[in-house]
Design a protein around this ligand. Structure first.
Ligand SMILES: Nc1ncnc2c1ncn2[C@@H]1O[C@H](COP(=O)(O)OP(=O)(O)OP(=O)(O)O)[C@@H](O)[C@H]1O
Length: 303
């Protein structure tokens, strides 16, 4: 049954979620349904990603709207949801003077795993899962950023929760750790519901079955990557021009990336019309669609 530990993930239903901090509106009327698998949350700085994840993790109450997780309405069902939840916050504090193993043992004890033999086994399992066994005897204070991220995931996995909320898991990781982390997420997502936030569109393209895009607290899109990409089809262009020509191109457009090419540049742009007639149509990617959406070149709901 969905909602029970280790049996395939939970369903999240948010309707009209809003969050205000004084005069700042961090989230506005967010309607979202999230099912089993990996769900990516994309958006520029200040979009409201962390706020939404903190609400899903029951750390923060919304100012308005309704939220049900695995059928438990919040805030009434908070305790029940917490039993299903593993949360990896953006800022994760560790006890620098404990080893990785001691730290996890301590967290497991706090989570109610009282039998020392059960705890030892569980700590060993999560250390293995996140590939930290070799560093388990080292003080947490000596861990790299990537190792701390893995320790943060390990503590979230101690109770084998079917619902994981992970805030920017790949920030600050080196390329090798980054790839390993995506593999771990993909593996965990086979039997769980995972919601994670990121700035890296490629991470979403690589791991997520569904995604949402937030900007300034508003939900611009929720659906599959293929749906988002289809919105930009026919509007992505490779433009070869001089820098000056590029800056003077007529019409509304969003520049996805620019690289040097010969004496000028090759730019990838999203635009309704072929920019200045200089564009060659290109096959759209998720990054093109994301940039088009957050820049406003693709209107919301357009498709
Ligand atoms: N506790 C708080 N008090 C006041 N304002 C807040 C608080 N938390 C968030 N905000 C504001 O709410 C908005 C959304 O912030 P949030 O951290 O959710 O965005 P984000 O998408 O996670 O951004 P980033 O990618 O930079 O981490 C921002 O304007 C932020 O300054």
């Amino acid at each position: 049954m969905a909602g029970e530990p280790g049996t395939g993930g939970v369903v999240v239903e948010a309707r009209g979620l809003a969050k205000r901090f004084g005069r700042v509106t961090a989230l506005e009327k967010v309607d979202l349904t999230i099912g089993p698998g990996i769900f990516g949350l994309l958006g520029p700085n200040g979009a409201g990603k962390t706020t939404l994840l903190r609400i899903l993790a029951t750390v923060l109450d919304p100012s308005e709207g309704t939220l049900a997780i695995a059928g438990h309405r919040l805030p009434r069902g908070k305790e029940a949801v917490r039993r299903l939840l593993g949360y990896v916050p953006q800022e994760f504090a560790v006890y620098r003077r404990l080893t990785g193993r001691e730290f996890l043992d301590y967290v497991a004890l706090l989570r109610g795993l009282e039998d020392p033999a059960v705890r030892r086994r569980r700590v060993q399992e999560v250390l293995e899962r996140v590939n930290l066994l070799d560093a388990a005897h080292r003080l947490c204070g000596t861990y790299s950023g990537g190792m701390r991220r893995r320790l943060a995931v390990a503590q979230a996995l101690l109770a084998d929760p079917p619902f994981l909320v992970v805030d920017e898991p790949t920030a600050g990781l080196d390329p090798e750790e980054h790839l390993r982390f995506l593999d771990l997420l993909a593996e965990l997502g086979r039997t769980r519901t995972i919601v994670f936030s990121t700035h890296v569109v490629a991470d979403v393209a690589a791991t997520c079955s569904r995604l949402a895009v937030l900007r300034e607290g508003r939900l611009l899109f929720a659906g599959s990557a293929a749906e988002l990409v289809s919105r930009v089809r026919g509007r992505v262009w490779e433009v070869r021009a001089s820098e000056t020509e590029l800056q003077r191109l007529p019409g509304e457009m969003a520049v996805v990336k620019v690289r040097p090419a010969g004496a000028g540049v090759a730019a990838r742009v999203v635009a309704g019309q072929n920019p200045g007639g200089l564009g060659v149509p290109a096959e759209p990617t998720l990054e093109d669609a994301y940039v088009g959406l957050v820049s406003g070149v693709l209107a919301e709901g357009e498709g």
